[in-house]
Design a protein around this ligand. Structure first.
Ligand code: DC
Length: 237
């Protein structure tokens, strides 16, 4: 069975008494907006799991590339996904992704996957497959993606949508990958255009422009908003 394991506190009550049994916080936004770093740190501060939804789209893309499945053939992509055991393993700091129990995490952030993932993610059947994997996860977590607050977890306790100026995002991604700024900027613009349809803030999301903020400032801002809606008492660095 394909699935996702969640290292969060299954059914745990995070407060001393009357808090919600399960806490899901969504952080959406375009590529390199800082959402995954912010989501990871927020999860650590709250003591819950961090979940990267994009890894499932990346895994579907890697499978398609390795099996030479045409990226515009939704039936072929879905058949591949049905044939393989794709599992997301969330954790406090990082997520691992296995296919048939082989750990492929380190192969998911290549230029080849970056260049093809939007074509795979645009199929509604693939989106339904990813969303089913995410919805079957138990416990509390902070999850990042494009449509977590709109489509997948509309009842999330707190929703955020991070944006950043395109040049700032390109510079951040170039720093992470050690690649040329111009090439990264062009790739991000292409991916923004292709991802646009599924990447809109939920009406009840707090939109944060991270262009002029440090990662620590982004996390503090999100944490402050989360603490206004959660009964957590002590969350310290
Ligand atoms: O977050 P990321 O860069 O790892 O995501 C990779 C791609 O997956 C991104 O270009 C669009 C797609 N994606 C999506 O369509 N919906 C999501 N919830 C997450 C990712």
């Amino acid at each position: 069975m394909s699935g996702a394991d969640c290292a969060g506190e299954q059914g745990a009550d995070p407060s001393s008494g009357s808090g919600p049994a399960r806490v899901v916080i969504t952080i959406d936004g375009p590529a390199a907006s800082g959402k995954s770093s912010a989501a990871r740190l927020l999860a650590q501060r709250l003591g819950v799991a961090y979940v990267s939804s994009g890894l499932l789209y990346r895994a579907a893309t890697l499978l398609a590339l390795r099996h030479a499945a045409p990226l515009d053939d939704e039936a072929a992509l879905l058949a591949l996904l049905a044939r393989h055991d794709v599992r997301l393993h969330p954790g406090a700091a990082a997520n691992r992704l296995t296919v048939d129990w082989a750990d492929l995490t380190d192969d998911l952030h290549t230029d080849a996957v970056d260049g093809s993932v939007s074509a795979v993610a645009r199929h509604q059947g693939v989106r339904a497959w990813v969303n089913a994997r995410l919805r079957e996860m138990g416990g509390s977590f902070v999850i990042d993606g494009r449509d977590m607050g709109t489509s997948v977890f509309p009842d999330a306790v707190a929703k955020f949508y991070l944006t950043a100026d395109a040049r700032v995002r390109a510079a951040r991604r170039a720093g992470e990958r050690g690649a040329a700024l111009e090439a990264i900027a062009a790739e991000l613009t292409r991916r923004d255009e292709r991802d646009q349809r599924q990447s809109v803030p939920a009406p009840d999301a707090q939109v944060i422009d991270t262009s002029a903020l440090t990662l620590a400032e982004v996390v503090e801002r999100i944490l402050a908003a989360v603490l206004r809606v959660l009964p957590y008492k002590a969350v310290t660095t």
